[in-house]
Design a protein around this ligand. Sequence first.
Ligand code: ZN
Length: 435
Amino acid sequence: MRVFCILLQLLTITAVAVCSTEPNVPLAAQPSSHFDAAAATDAWLASVPSAARAKSDAYFEGGYWLLLWDFLYGAAVMLLLLETRLSARLRDLAERVTRFRWLQSWAYWMELAIVTAILTFPLTLYEDFFREHQYGLSNQNFASWFRDQLIALALVLVLGGIGFTILVGIVRRLPRSWHIWGTGAAIIFLIIGALIAPVYIAPLFNTYKPLQNPAIKNQILSLAHANGIPASNVYEVNASRQSKRVSANVSGLFGTERITLNDNLLNRCSPQAIMAVMGHEMGHYVLHHIYNSVIFAAIVVAAMFAILRWAMDWALSQRGERWQIRGVDDTAALPLAVLILSILGFLYTPIGNTYTRTQEYEADIFGLNASREPDGEAEADLLLGEYRKLDPTPIEEFIFFDHPSGRTRILAAMRWKAQNLCLFDRSLLCSNPPK
Ligand SMILES: [Zn+2]
């Protein structure tokens, strides 16, 4: 195991924390009568070499700009499709291919999805492939990456096509209230997606198998049962096929729920860190975060569809003739709908991030109470800091962070540790009033 750890350390030069059998706790974060949560947090953050910090800050801050460029580039592509009337021509082509209206909708969707994928390919290539390699986060060669892109496109053509065809049918049959029925349909798609994703979609990209290591598996199942989770298996995914990122997740709905650890986490973290992460994931499960998210999404989609209906009517009354779009029930209006939804999505960024970040913080607190591994939590937070800025300003955290920052998470862990010092050193007191 030791040899493996050393080898791994040599191979993963971006590694911040050392693959170890125990968290490497800095002096100020070790249990003592003068333990101070803020000082312990600073000590954990200071244990990251400044070059590694600068690199992950640059990677994450670059992501702020990519958010803007993605939005502007995507909006420009949609405007191009409308202004050049390419969208109207793709519709005409779909109408020549078949006389069935529902098949025309699907054919148009496929044409548009392929044209858009080609037009946005340069940005996708830079963002998902070259940039990930530039920052040493990717393990994937071009052929394997491109294969994943083609699988994703095939899913868009098939599953997206079904969704689009149904939505167009709703707009045609219910021209006055389509935004309400459309919301209902969108939520049903979302639920079906969440239900089938872990079982049918995720395995298209990675291999999932039950966790092998019996010692870790038993500890995780024991933690699950202690928290009322009727799990009999924990899954392991070969995420190292794509990247070096440490991660775990809970996915599924109505009986397809599962907890999955990625192999980077298993290979690079101490057992304490693995248990801290598992406690966090169980928090998502016990606190019903997936169900809450579906309800939240329903509210957001309803609001977006109401605005979409109004904005499409307005835009088509102004430019519909020029774009050769017959009305809101014309498939060729899709780029306009995408344009409007992307503007709304862009503005929604801080709201969506705050919603998920709040859930993530709740899961952190649950995880600390369940696993009792604040040092493992800090170790995992530093590894996550390889691709997420560790110590941002509060405004950055509010706008751009879909998880709490490393500083916020480690401070929560050290605050927990300050009140539970007796667990780590019998000579110390628990219940320490904050200093
Ligand atoms: Zn989480």
